[in-house]
Design a protein around this ligand. Structure first.
Ligand code: 5AD
Length: 453
């Protein structure tokens, strides 16, 4: 009864939360398995940001319930954002769920499973579903342990939870609650521990990292708590690369721009959500900045680090977005020359302000706008990668590629790289001479002179 499979939908934070649950369960004597077929317990860690993500998880839960017919002791749980979003009504829709655990209760999963399994093993009636969705003070501090996978070179570190913004399209304030920061020292301790286990790269996670510790910790020497945290992590021995996701244009101040000059480990890649490149749409979205302000941030970063890479999130087909509004967004998107972007078709989220806005955009038009931005992205991403032909870029060797006998890594600018290597090179920073490029990947040979290979 103790083999657990965790399936994760959605963002890096969800992946990180799943890792914490896996670590907690392992300490409690459960084993974490790689496929649902081998499992006695399947936990779905879910995403609510778009309807499609919710439908996927609901479909999976529906499919899994068939296994209960053969094995009445098979356990199905839903955790995370969709649990928080729909609460106990999830059980009305999916009566076979044993466990529904919200975003502030991941650490309770081992206790709940122990209780469920004890009752299932006993003689009594089948226990009713366990539903645990309350807010819990300090829950942000429970996402701190790592599985310590052998050969792991990169790790996510959650620095905060929640979001105090009120973007008109977004369900996250409901699913993740208000902003709560972890203490700087605890985060630095965690980074030190993963570095000691061989991790070379950390990605700091938060819904809005530029708001990190804004209410909890003071500004020191003109530096925000987030920049203070980056400085402390720069000093952690063994860590070679620092990344983070996501900042918000509103909180992006000069101290963070200067961090790119001053902190050698901070990689010159930034994911800065735009959402729309049209001021009218930004206002309707309740995003508190203009495209001119956004451009200023991009320009100041490019001035500081000319090779800076830019990535973004953008939504097409927000209610009321006219053809002209979209064209403005497309022109701005082209102007910024994004190297990477996550382009989303607006999805109605129940309970958000945009749900009831007039002038919803037809699906075909969303598809068309999506494709326009994808084509622009392809153009810029290819141009950027072609610009790397003949140059040498440092890559962190991450491990074998999924297919074939090559290895994968990323440049500091988060370009995907493929090359010949060997297991001894995993976890090392090595120069790559680039001789081939597509829009998504660069290829070449490692420069191994002087490398311990
Ligand atoms: N529809 C489409 N995309 C959305 N996002 C958030 N809410 C919605 C929605 N209702 C996108 C935003 C956000 C990313 C994580 O998901 O671009 O930055």
């Amino acid at each position: 009864m103790n083999r657990v499979y965790i399936k994760t939908y959605g963002c890096q934070m969800n992946e990180r939360d799943s890792e914490q649950v896996a670590s907690d369960l392992r300490h409690r004597g459960y084993s974490i398995v790689d496929t649902e077929h081998d499992a006695d317990v399947v936990l779905l860690n879910t995403c609510s940001v778009r309807d499609q993500a919710e439908q996927k998880a609901i479909g999976k839960a529906g499919y899994l319930k068939k296994r209960k017919r053969e094995n009445p002791n098979f356990v199905i749980g839903v955790m995370g954002c969709m649990a928080q979003n729909h609460g106990s009504t999830l059980v009305d829709r999916l009566p076979d769920l044993d466990l529904v655990v919200g975003t502030q209760k991941f650490h309770r999963v081992p206790d709940h499973l122990d209780n469920l399994i004890q009752s299932l093993n006993g003689q009594g009636p089948r226990p009713s579903s366990i539903i645990d969705l309350d807010a819990e003070e300090g829950s942000q501090n429970t996402i701190r342990d790592h599985l310590g996978k052998k050969g792991q070179v990169s790790a996510f570190v959650s620095i905060m939870q929640g979001c105090n913004m009120n973007c008109a399209f977004c369900i996250v304030p409901k699913t993740r609650g208000r902003e709560r920061a972890r203490p700087i020292e605890e985060i630095v301790d965690e980074v030190t521990r993963v570095a000691e286990s061989g991790v070379k790269e950390v990605t700091l996670l938060g819904q809005i990292v530029t708001s990190y510790g804004r209410r909890e910790f003071p500004v020191v020497g003109g530096k925000s708590p987030f920049v203070q945290l980056l400085e402390k992590i720069q000093d952690v021995k063994g860590i070679e690369r620092i990344r983070f996701t996501s900042p918000h244009p509103r909180g992006f101040k000069q101290d963070l721009v200067e961090a790119y000059r001053d902190l050698s480990k901070l990689c010159e890649y930034i994911h800065l959500p735009l959402q729309s490149g049209c001021d009218k749409t930004l206002r309707a979205m309740n995003r508190p900045y203009t495209k001119d302000r956004y451009r200023e941030i991009v320009d100041s970063l490019r001035e500081m680090v000319p090779s800076m890479y830019f990535s973004t999130d953008i939504i097409v087909g927000f209610p009321g977005e006219t053809e002209a509004d979209f064209n403005e967004t497309a022109a701005f998107f082209d102007e910024i020359r994004y190297d990477m972007a996550y382009i989303f078709k607006y999805s109605i989220r129940t309970g958000t302000p945009a749900e009831t806005m007039p002038d919803q955009i037809p699906q075909e038009e969303k598809e068309r706008r999506n494709q326009v931005l994808l084509d622009l992205l392809h153009k810029h991403s290819l141009a950027r990668n072609e610009g790397l032909l003949g140059t040498t870029e440092q890559v962190l060797v991450e491990g074998p590629a999924k297919k074939g006998d090559k290895y994968v890594g990323h440049t500091r600018g988060w370009r995907n790289a493929i090359f010949d290597a060997n297991p001894r090179l995993v976890g090392q920073l090595v120069d790559l001479k680039i001789d081939r490029a597509t829009a998504s990947t660069v290829y070449g040979d490692l420069v191994l002179a002087g490398v311990d290979a």
